[in-house]
Write a protein that binds this ligand. Sequence first.
Ligand code: NAD
Length: 370
Amino acid sequence: MQKNFWYGKRVLVTGGEGFLASHLVKQLIDVGACVTTTVRHARPLNTLNLIQKGPKKSASPDVEHSDLLDFFALRRICDRHQIDTIFHLAASAIVSDAANSPMSTIENNVVGTLNILEVARINHIPRVVIASTDKSYGDHANDNLEKLPYRENYALRGLDVYSASKVCADVLSQTYSYQFKLPVVVLRPCNMYGPADLNFSRLIPRTIMCLLSGRAPHINAGNADVLREYMYIEDVVQGYLLAAEKVSDIYGENNQNMPKHGKETYGWAAFNLGSYTEKDLQNISKCDKIRSVTTVIDMLRKKIKNIEPVVKAKAANFIEIPDQYLDGGKLGKLGFKPKVNFEQGIDKTISWYKEHFDDLSGLAERYIAN
Ligand SMILES: NC(=O)c1ccc[n+]([C@@H]2O[C@H](COP(=O)([O-])OP(=O)(O)OC[C@H]3O[C@@H](n4cnc5c(N)ncnc54)[C@H](O)[C@@H]3O)[C@@H](O)[C@H]2O)c1
């Protein structure tokens, strides 16, 4: 992080109640930014409050209760707070929920992103970071030309509703970059984990809550061996901050670094957020953050309680993307270096869920019931 970069910056973080947003907001406030968040729904538990428990409390952001689908409200918010940086994180972000509500997911993730891009274009906002995902790349399993690890210039082939919505938002963001020279970067992170993810359908929070309550963890049928890459939430936050700090270097004066045509334009504004370079990935067994579902569950069983998992049938509409991991070299060249290894991250995560178990158990119940 550049010293004093964030001091006094006027930052909008969308979806302020979310997992990543809460951690990012806390960090931005700690380094002196003036933060505004948009929040759509009141939640039974406030994530930011949960991560701020303890003696060292940060200030609070300005909270605007607003839906991103309301373009004029969004514009008023950016004007009112004189926003100079946007982190667009709000999304319908749960893959299984998206499969059950395609219209609202696509509307929310695509039109919500379009509204952000359009406000940023009209207001000449100098730094915009859009959350995409490794899911956007989708299935490259048998692709001999575009093999794993995923690289930024690969085709985006997300074919389930969530991934497709993120592909559209990702491509729209690149369009605004290329056509309107909007200073936007698109981040494509791997799976994130850490304290205060209240989305209990996700593997790590669900398994921890199952084991802490003495119940069997779940494996979706056929899913036990697929590889996923994981990153601890504090590292993810550092990646987002760095990407925003580097926007003007990435574009260069008068956008001189932007390619004019051809393959150079493919994914030019996009950056993977992963821990490994192509060289590291030559020996994948040494990459401790790339793991199968079974090895994640086994590690949690060893650390919490050794209960045998149960295999659950997958919903008929659930598509499991084959193995996924990223070449993180492009953001690495800008100076990104994640610090937390998987074991350290998991230990911190388990401690947090243990400490907050009583607050969380009611909310988690429907996801952990056997
Ligand atoms: N968690 C992961 O592993 C992961 C990995 C890759 C990418 N991402 C992406 O990162 C971003 C943050 O993910 P997260 O895990 O923090 O998700 P999250 O579900 O915890 O947070 C998303 C927040 O956005 C809010 N929101 C949704 N639609 C809104 C709207 N129209 N107006 C205002 N608020 C709205 C939700 O209420 C929620 O609080 C998402 O864009 C997600 O797609 C997440």
